[in-house]
Design a protein around this ligand. Sequence first.
Ligand code: GAR
Length: 206
Amino acid sequence: MKICVFASGTGTNFKAIIDSIKKGYLRSKINLLISNNPNCNAVKIAASHGINFEIISNQLYKTIPQKELARIFLKILKKHKSDFIVLAGFMKFIPVEVVNKFRNKIINIHPALLPLFGGKGMFGINVHRAVIKSGVKVSGITIHFVNEIYDEGRIIFQKCCNVTSNDDEFTLQKKIQKLEHKYYPDIIKKFEDRKIKVREDKVWVS
Ligand code: GAR
């Protein structure tokens, strides 16, 4: 697959995928990073690994209509011949035209067990803070298809970990990151091997 990663922040998941390709575990190539933040670490990682990147700035998001934004995304994706999109901490909405064009070819990772602790404002450390505050005893990761509704696409994979009395949002984040960096490349590999089957409203991984 020719993967385009969308990322806005630290880029540790982006880096984990790059490493899996370097090691030969994944056969895909990352041919593009799209970010809204030119100063984020993910962009630095792309630059230092010779990966093309394109910025769709927050300013652009604010000033042009969604249809126009979609055209820009699709033009960039076409130019780089990307055929699969991996969201790795991308903090902006994806125009619906992009979702439609990449139906079942666009995935996201969320640092909790959806459908709990998802939705507006639930990203990064906010999620872990909400998990700790709620008193639940397990959390984990969810890898899911992206659809029109934030955090509501069909679930592909989940893995859980314990939340103990010693955990705060930062220790929980560390535990979750470990799971993310292992299982996101694993699931991308399942796509490469055509082991992800979408049947009506359910997804099966073999
Ligand atoms: C990851 O923990 C990812 O699950 C989360 O953002 C972090 C990005 O970290 N995504 C969301 O919260 C989406 N709702 P990274 O930049 O180090 O990969």
